[in-house]
Design a protein around this ligand. Structure first.
Ligand code: ATP
Length: 280
């Protein structure tokens, strides 16, 4: 062992029992090579129902490659992915979406000039019933608006009007719209790639709150983040990625942030951790 194992302070996640049950998503032995660079080197992954699973790792550890494989943005060279125990092979992000997996990307989150309601239904607009929708492709704006209100209220998302253009919102609120949109359409899994990056403290907390609500609504969340306090704030389990594969799954109720970072950098070997620090 190369570093002391420090006791943890109790995180808010401490109040929640560890989620259990059959796996919602699983990956085994994923490999992805780019020429001589090995981005995934036998990566495993497990997502349980009702949990927020944080995925952390140093730059270049292969987190994005893993997430891209799970969301259909990359096709792995080899390995297996299972959804509800069934083998799946996503050829594109649309394929993954069809299987109920929604991804919130840090950058292409929302269309600024469109309203909140329009953003929620972007690419999935509801057409008017009957000939008006079928023939003339007229949008059912009222239905989309009412659905948007219902959904945002369900997430207790404080917005005055769904008719507000997204560009009039704060950064945190915009990110909130992107999170809410994914939650609205995901049937299985929501993947969030650095959703709180570039946000201030208050806005970051607002998005974290929303992520908890998404989880509490029954959707498991995969949260990729470099922000350790945020990870410890919301994660039920922490998947540590290192050198192209999963190094450990940690229990944020027991392990400290400092030791988590040490596992991530390789200063602490997972086999040197006590059993309760691991969240197998
Ligand atoms: N399209 C690509 N072409 C070539 N190399 C790539 C490609 N995508 C990823 N890599 C390489 O694969 C390795 C893993 O990259 P990946 O982006 O998955 O890591 P990461 O953990 O997400 O890193 P970061 O936190 O810096 O985003 C890196 O060495 C990276 O340079």
């Amino acid at each position: 062992m190369t570093a002391p194992l420090t006791p943890t302070t109790q995180s808010p996640a401490a109040q929640r029992p560890a989620p259990a049950g059959p796996l919602v998503m699983e990956a085994r032995n994923l490999v992805k090579k780019y020429g001589s660079v090995i981005a995934m080197n036998g990566a495993d992954f497990e997502l349980r129902p009702g949990e927020i699973l944080a995925v952390i790792g140093d730059n270049g550890a292969g987190k994005s490659s893993l997430i891209k494989a799970l969301s259909g943005a990359t096709i792995p060279d080899s390995g297996e992915i299972f959804l509800d125990g069934q083998p799946v092979s996503f050829r594109s992000p649309i394929d993954a979406r069809k299987n109920g997996i929604e991804t919130v990307y840090q950058d292409l989150a929302v269309a600024p000039a469109m309203t909140i309601a329009e953003n929620l239904f972007l690419g999935r607009e509801i057409l008017k019933p009957g000939m008006m929708g079928k023939l003339f492709r007229l949008l059912d704006k009222k239905k989309m608006h009412d659905e948007a209100v219902r959904h945002m209220q369900g997430l207790q998302f404080a917005i005055k009007s769904m008719k507000q253009p997204v560009e009039t919102l704060s950064g945190g609120q915009r990110q909130g719209v992107a999170v809410a949109r994914s939650a609205a359409f995901a049937r299985h899994v929501v993947i969030m790639d650095e959703p709180t990056a570039a946000l201030g403290v208050r806005e970051g907390n607002m998005v974290l709150d929303l992520i908890r609500k998404v989880r509490d609504s029954g959707l498991p969340v995969i949260l990729i983040s470099h922000n350790m306090p945020h990870v410890f704030e919301v994660a039920d389990r922490i998947h540590v990625h290192r050198m192209g594969k999963r190094a450990a799954i940690l229990n944020p109720r027991v392990i400290s942030m400092a030791d988590t970072v040490s596992v991530m950098t390789g200063a602490i070997r997972p086999e040197d951790l006590s059993a309760d620090m691991l969240a197998g």
